[in-house]
Design a protein around this ligand. Structure first.
Ligand code: FES
Length: 147
């Protein structure tokens, strides 16, 4: 059901932990399953992400996607990090089962939330970045279940 890469990142997650005095921290939850993901970014004066750590209280797919997401944004500029979408994370993991796609949304949203925090602290705007949700189900109550 899961790719080898998903199993690997679930069993040996990279970049677990927190960053003290992080440049940006983002926490996003999914009220439906109760899972929570927090991403810490350490960003230098050239807007390059030097380090990234995460803490995820969630399912295996959420752990694997946060692990892969932190690997993908490390070394990137904040603008490049905007391209690390949930699709990019899933592709890097060789896919996720359809019922687990929403778990990867937590990773994308948590990165955006951390970037938003960084932008607010530094009084800058990041192109294409919209105020992130704290719960990925916010405003979606009326929609059909997709997973
Ligand atoms: Fe909640 Fe995966 S089931 S994030």
């Amino acid at each position: 059901m899961y790719s080898e890469k998903v199993m690997d990142h679930f069993q040996n997650p990279r970049n677990v932990g927190e960053i003290e005095d992080a440049s940006g921290v983002g926490t996003v939850g999914n009220a439906k399953c109760g899972d929570i993901m927090r991403i810490y970014l350490d960003i230098d004066e050239n807007q390059v992400i030097h380090d990234c750590k995460f803490k995820t209280f969630g399912c295996g797919a959420a752990v694997a996607t946060s692990s892969m997401a932190t690997e993908l944004v490390k070394g990137k500029t904040i603008q490049e990090a905007m391209e690390v979408t949930n699709q990019a994370v899933m592709d890097a993991l060789d896919g996720l089962p359809p019922v687990k796609v929403h778990c990867s949304l937590l990773a994308e949203e948590a990165i955006h939330a951390a970037l938003w925090d960084y932008a607010e602290k530094n009084h800058i705007e990041i192109e294409g970045l919209e105020k992130p949700k704290t719960d990925i189900h916010e405003g979606e109550e009326e929609q059909e279940e997709e997973y």
